[in-house]
Design a protein around this ligand. Sequence first.
Ligand SMILES: Cc1cc2nc3c(=O)[nH]c(=O)nc-3n(C[C@H](O)[C@H](O)[C@H](O)COP(=O)(O)O)c2cc1C
Length: 187
Amino acid sequence: MSNMDVFVAVKSRRSVRSYLPDAVPKDKLDRILEAARLSPSAMNRQPWHFVVVTDKETRKALSSGHFAHFIEEAPVVIVGCADKDASPKWCVVDTTIAMQTMVLVATGEGLGTCWIGSFKEEDVKSLLGIPPSYAVIALITVGYPNEKPSLTRTVRSMIFRRRRLESIVSHDAFGNAYKCASQSIDE
Ligand SMILES: Cc1cc2nc3c(=O)[nH]c(=O)nc-3n(C[C@H](O)[C@H](O)[C@H](O)COP(=O)(O)O)c2cc1C
């Protein structure tokens, strides 16, 4: 593996909000979950639990948030839960790292994903029987993208625009200019 493989996944990932009905192959799903299992965590406490939801009715029930209607369409939803007892200080960070690692591995598997923050924690906990000591961090949808006609370059750059590297990075102390050798890569 070269570093570039990872960077290609980082660069090509986009939030996918429309999915084909095709199931996610089990070997791919298992690799995605394995990526979470292997993720780093403070003191290696691994304070996380992931509920893999494929049941159609359950997905429908999860999709009631304002920006979450496409959950119903996605064949898989992974619900990231942080174990507050196992690691009160770091469980949220650790679970988030594991989830983004899954997102990148899913991208590498040719699958689309989207982070979902649009949910009511108590509703998700009671729907899925998540114990009180766990916090629901986020949901991620996984499935084959239902590609829309390609956007023009201008529209793409408006939607996906990121702040320039110079505006989010300092050198040695906050606010000291960091000089980039190359231009920020914008679509
Ligand atoms: C913590 C978090 C919560 C998000 N929640 C939602 C959501 O509820 N619904 C949605 O459509 N997108 C959601 N997104 C996706 C962001 O809108 C998206 O990542 C951002 O606009 C950048 O676009 P990109 O992912 O295509 O690069 C969320 C992203 C993150 C990281």
